[in-house]
Design a protein around this ligand. Structure first.
Ligand code: ACO
Length: 428
């Protein structure tokens, strides 16, 4: 594409290349701007900054479109398994049966974690938040697999590190929960599929046969797929920035998990349920809490509403809302918190404040409700998000390393004090 943008600065005109993506998104390439003009751009929160070219995920916030490698989220959530989607994201194509079998076998082979890591779990207090445990455990994996320290060693070594991580994350996640309730750890059962095995390690007991409703396994499969990637969001950008320093994959993903923990990002699903409980305990007056959310003097926000990029609707929320209705009906769940959620959804969707700002329920609003119905404890919600997002983080990291992207290092506009003399302490 030969189009250029013209920028006039101090009476001089500069031509900047315009680049276009395969879905016709346009960008002004400013990579040489500082060298040619002496200026940088300022964009707090990177709302208008494309940090990379990527072939993994496409989303259109205005039209409510989300594609992984060209396939719509609707089709993938309906027809695929989570491991199939993980393969697609990481390796770029849907796997053949042989490729999928080999991938699944490799993942299954690596589900056990090193016995010495069990001692780490035992040292955490029972009240430790499982996201803190998960981030630490994932980073610790680098100490057990020193061959992972050089992320660019070989394609085979990279694959082994990736497979180990995807295989062990459910084990680490489930054990962080078992540790919190001081129950014995359940070792992975390799004849169960990825989702069923996770549920087994979470809810199984050594003294009982494990039975789980296939509806629950299917719901988990769908939830993980819906969360599998979301292009350059806060945690993924963290992954790409940390990975750009050539840090190993375990340290890099641990940083992504930490970024996801925040309540404005993945932590929102936990906050949704806590908010519903708060409203319930306060007497269930939904209008009062909607008014608080609209009051600029009040820091309260409706958790699970709004999204940085989806300003019409979140396609994942649409799929998950249906799954949510189905699962609540099939499991016969009757929970006052869910009634509050339904009322809140209705009031907010009809309210001018929310309509004017395009604030719709996001994926976290419904995922929190489903996780609650599945019996997953609130503190584990963001861990569930991390399990789903792992293939996306890995794919983005892999792409970045293969493209040999430079270390991430934004600029700033300094607004602090100008040069001044040091003042001895007695004179301050
Ligand atoms: N409740 C009440 N008001 C809100 C909410 C909300 N949940 N979200 C945004 N607003 C208002 C803001 O006060 C602002 O109003 P103003 O224009 O009068 O000042 C306007 O809507 C725009 O909000 P921003 O914060 O500028 O929007 P931004 O795109 O930066 O933030 C975010 C998006 C962080 C998701 C925000 O909507 C939010 O805090 N939502 C609640 C937390 C949440 O659910 N996070 C999960 C996101 S999804 C995910 O990570 C998978």
């Amino acid at each position: 594409m030969s189009e250029t943008a013209k920028l006039e600065l101090e009476g001089k005109v500069y031509e900047l290349p315009v680049i276009q993506g395969t879905e016709n998104e346009k960008a002004i390439d400013i990579s040489k701007l500082r060298d040619t003009t002496g200026y940088v751009t300022l964009d707090s929160g990177y709302k208008n900054t494309g940090a990379t070219k990527s072939k993994i995920t496409f989303l259109d916030g205005e039209k409510g479109i989300l594609h992984y490698r060209g396939y719509s989220i609707e089709q993938l959530a309906e027809k695929a398994t989570f491991l199939e989607v993980a393969y697609l994201l990481i390796y770029g194509e849907l796997p053949t049966q042989t490729q999928l079998d080999a991938f699944r076998n490799s993942i299954t082979k690596h589900t056990l974690v090193h016995e010495d890591m069990k001692q780490f779990f035992e040292a955490y207090p029972a009240k430790a938040h499982p996201m803190g445990v998960l981030a630490s455990m994932v980073c610790s994996m680098a100490t057990f697999y020193p061959e992972s320290l050089d992320p660019n060693r070989s394609a085979e070594a990279k694959d082994l590190t990736i497979h180990r991580l995807i295989a062990k994350l459910p084990t680490l996640a489930a054990w962080s929960y078992k540790n919190a309730i001081r129950h014995p750890f359940m070792y992975p059962k390799n004849d169960f599929d990825y989702c069923k095995n996770f549920l087994y390690m979470m809810f199984g007991m050594p003294t009982e046969d494990f039975k789980v409703d296939p509806v629950v396994v299917e719901a988990l499969n769908k939830l993980l797929i819906l969360h599998a990637d979301h292009e350059q969001n806060c945690s993924t950008s963290t992954v790409r920035i940390v990975g750009s320093s050539n840090a190993n994959l375990y340290a890099t993903i641990s940083a992504g998990i930490s970024a996801l923990w925040g309540p404005l990002h993945g932590g929102a699903n936990q906050e949704v349920i806590e908010m519903l409980e708060k409203i319930h305990n306060d007497g269930g007056d939904v209008d009062k809490w909607v008014a608080k959310a609209k009051d600029k003097e009040d820091p309260f926000r409706l958790m699970g509403f709004g999204h940085r990029v989806y300003k019409n609707f979140d396609p994942r929320a649409k799929i998950i809302k249906k799954a949510c209705d189905d699962i609540l009906e099939k499991l016969g769940v009757n929970d006052p918190m869910l009634d509050i959620a339904k009322k809140l959804e209705k009031v907010a969707l009809e309210d001018e404040y929310f309509k004017a700002r395009n604030l719709y329920p996001n994926v976290d609003f419904y995922s929190g409700i489903i996780y609650k119905a599945l019996g997953i404890p609130t503190e584990m919600f963001t861990v569930m998000f991390a399990l789903g997002r792992l293939p996306g983080w890995v794919a983005q990291w892999k792409e970045m390393t293969e493209n040999k992207e430079p270390i991430g290092r934004p600029r700033q506009i300094y607004t602090g004090a100008t040069s001044r003399e040091y003042v001895p302490i007695e004179k301050r």
